[in-house]
Write a protein that binds this ligand. Structure first.
Ligand code: FAD
Length: 258
């Protein structure tokens, strides 16, 4: 299980001499080396290299029940949780490319996909829209928002109430085993960097592909914080490996390595 895997990985890196410190980083001074990393406990850690791997947070609808039901019928990742809805109906919220991708993916698994979108047209690319609109398993609810998650049964979102934002009319979509997928984007956790490292317009750290190097020599990025595309555990772990190798080589080049 996941927690055991995490514990084993932790034990593995501890065996190789990793020290752990639990704190929230509030600021990174990148002007000169060693870098100065400020934490919420008031401490300043100095480091010759830094790997930023702070992940990204899925945007949620803001409904009281959704956090509680995440993992119990509410999900933010179709590739991760889609399998649990094989042969069952699902509702997806969103209108961009990622919502279209999730809708197409889930249409291959679920019995029916209802796509709820706030506006009367999608923001997604034309080709993705065409695929979704042509799929007979996908029904679109335009100008609509999910206003309530019923959450009746365990491991089941129970269904949702959607509201037409133009007419105010409400409709309940419910069925046994129904799932709700929230696909309204992710926010990379880069606010604490306060612009010290270059990001794209969405806030993802820019790396010099195919490396993990950022625009600041000695600072590397790995995982979901630099990856708007795949956002999976294995891709994050793989990019962590790349960042570790890049950091090691950087230290050797700079004469700080062993
Ligand atoms: C609901 C859900 C289900 C998923 N299921 C799967 C799945 O089945 N398979 C799969 O492959 N992937 C799955 N994923 C995706 C996977 O979880 C991510 O791709 C992966 O965890 C990214 O790893 P990461 O290390 O980049 O970031 P994270 O795992 O998000 O780790 C970032 C860490 O940084 C810490 N942090 C953030 N800011 C600071 C700060 N300022 N100071 C100190 N620490 C900080 C956070 O507390 C966190 O511990 C799922 C994601 C979600 C949301």
């Amino acid at each position: 299980m996941g927690p055991e895997l995490m514990e084993r990985m932790r034990a593995q890196v501890a065996r190789f001499g990793t020290e752990f410190q639990f704190a929230t980083v509030t600021k990174v001074e990148t002007g000169e080396r060693p870098f100065r990393i400020h934490t919420d406990s008031g401490e300043i850690v100095q480091a010759r290299t830094v790997i930023v791997a702070t992940g990204s947070a899925p945007r949620m609808l803001g409904l009281p029940s959704e956090r509680e039901l995440t993992g119990k019928g509410v999900s933010t990742c179709a590739t991760c949780d889609g399998f649990f809805y094989k042969g069952k109906p699902v509702v997806i919220v969103g209108g961009g490319d990622s919502a279209m991708e999730e809708a197409m993916y889930l249409a291959g698994l679920a019995s029916k996909v209802t796509l709820v979108h706030r506006r009367d047209s999608f923001r997604a690319s034309k080709i993705m829209q065409e695929r979704v609109l042509a799929n007979p398993k996908i029904e679109i609810k335009w100008d609509s928002a999910v206003v309530e998650i019923l959450g009746i049964e365990k491991n089941d979102c129970g269904g949702v109430v959607i509201e037409n934002l133009k007419t105010g009319a409400r409709e309940t979509i419910s069925a046994p085993g129904i799932g709700l997928f929230v696909a309204i984007g992710h926010t990379p956790v880069t606010g604490f960097l306060d612009g010290a490292i270059e990001t794209d317009e969405q806030g993802y750290i820019r790396v010099k592909d195919p490396t993990s190097e950022t625009n600041v020599p000695g600072i590397f990025a790995a995982g979901d914080v630099m990856d708007p595309r795949y956002r999976q555990a294995i891709t994050a772990a793989g990019s962590g490996c790349r960042a570790a190798i890049d950091a090691e080589r950087f230290l050797q080049r700079e004469g700080d390595g062993h």
